[in-house]
Design a protein around this ligand. Structure first.
Ligand code: GUN
Length: 281
C-alpha cells in the first residue's frame, strides 16, 4: 500500500476550509506571518508551499523577508512586533537562520500561543506531558497519515531514525503517547540495520538519500520517509530506497507526495487552532 499524503492532505484541507469559513463568519480571519532571513533556496520552496496552502484555505499569510545580514536584535524586534499584532495568530520563523543569529533565542521570543511550529520550550514541554495545543507539523502529519490509513500504533515496535528537535524527538514522544514501543536511532547507532529490521513502524528522518534499503526493513512494515534529497540524477528522493523497499513493506510513503503535504496541512491546522483559541479566551 502506498500512503498517499497528498490525497489525505486534500481531504483534511477541505474540512479545514470550512472551519476557516466559520471563523470568518465570527469576524476572525486566521493570520500567519512567516519570517525568512536570507535567501536559502529550500526555505523559499517550503514557504511557497505553505503560503499556497494558506491561500487555498482562506487564511491570511504574510511573508517578512529580511536580508542575510540581519542581526539577532533586528529579528527579535520583528518577532515582538508580530507577537503584539491581534490579526496575526501564527508566527513561523523559517529555519535555518544565518550564523550570526542564535536560533534558540529567536524561538524563545515567539509568543507560545502563536508558536504554530511548536518549537518553543513551553510547547515542547507540554508535548512531553501529553497536554498540548500545538504539535510540530511533521510528526503531527505523520501521525495523522497513520491514523487515516487505519494503522494502529498500540503495542507496535516503532523505530525512529533521526533525533532532531523538529522531527525525531517529538515523533518518538507521539508514538509513545499512542502506546508504541519506541526506539530512537541516530548517526552514532552502530547496528542500525539490526534495529530497523525489528520495526513494525519505521519513521526515517536521517537526511541521507536512499539510506534505508530493502534488507533493513521487516516484511510488512509501515515505512514513513521524511527525507527530501536529490539523487545522483538530480531527482527528488527520500531517505528510503523506495523501489526496493516497496517490494517488501506493508505500507510506504512516496517522496514527493507522502509526508510533505501532510506537514503543510498540520501548519494550517495549528494556525486555525491559534486563531480559534485566541478569540475564545
Ligand atoms: N525548516 C525546515 N523545516 C522547518 C519547519 O518545520 N519549520 C520551520 N520554521 N523551519 C523549518
Amino acid at each position: 500500500m502506498i500512503l498517499d499524503g497528498k490525497a489525505v492532505a486534500a481531504r483534511l484541507r477541505a474540512e479545514m476550509k470550512q472551519q476557516v469559513e466559520q471563523l470568518k463568519a465570527q469576524g476572525i480571519t486566521p493570520g500567519l506571518a512567516i519570517l525568512l532571513v536570507g535567501e536559502d533556496h529550500a526555505s523559499q520552496v517550503y514557504i511557497r508551499n505553505k503560503r499556497r496552502a494558506c491561500e487555498e484555505l482562506g487564511i491570511h499569510s504574510e511573508l517578512h523577508s529580511l536580508p542575510e545580514q540581519t542581526t539577532q536584535e533586528e529579528l527579535l524586534e520583528q518577532v515582538e512586533a508580530l507577537n503584539r499584532r491581534e490579526d496575526i495568530h501564527g508566527i513561523l520563523v523559517q529555519l535555518p537562520l544565518p550564523k550570526q543569529i542564535d536560533e534558540m533565542a529567536v524561538i524563545r521570543a515567539v509568543d507560545p500561543n502563536k508558536d504554530v511550529d511548536a518549537f518553543h520550550t513551553v510547547n515542547v514541554g507540554r508535548i512531553m506531558l501529553g497536554d498540548y495545543d500545538f504539535l510540530p507539523c511533521t510528526p503531527a502529519g505523520i501521525l495523522e497519515l497513520i491514523h487515516e490509513s487505519g494503522i494502529s500504533i498500540q503495542g507496535k515496535e516503532c523505530v525512529v531514525v533521526g533525533r532532531s528537535n523538529i522531527v525525531g524527538k517529538p515523533m518518538a514522544m507521539l508514538l509513545l503517547h499512542e502506546h508504541g514501543t519506541v526506539t530512537v536511532c541516530h548517526s552514532r547507532t552502530p547496528n542500525l540495520a539490526e534495529i530497523t529490521r525489528r520495526a513494525d513502524i519505521l519513521v526515517v528522518a536521517m537526511g541521507k538519500a536512499k539510506a534505508i534499503t530493502r534488507d533493513m526493513v521487516k516484511p510488512g512494515a509501515v515505512v514513513i520517509d521524511v527525507g527530501m534529497n536529490r539523487d545522483e540524477n538530480g531527482k527528488l528522493c527520500g531517505d528510503v530506497d523506495f523501489a526496493g523497499v516497496l517490494q517488501i513493506a506493508g505500507a510506504i510513503t512516496p517522496v514527493p507526495g507522502g509526508v510533505g503535504p501532510m506537514t503543510v496541512t498540520m501548519l494550517m491546522r495549528n494556525t486555525i487552532t491559534a486563531a480559534s483559541r485566541c478569540c475564545s479566551q
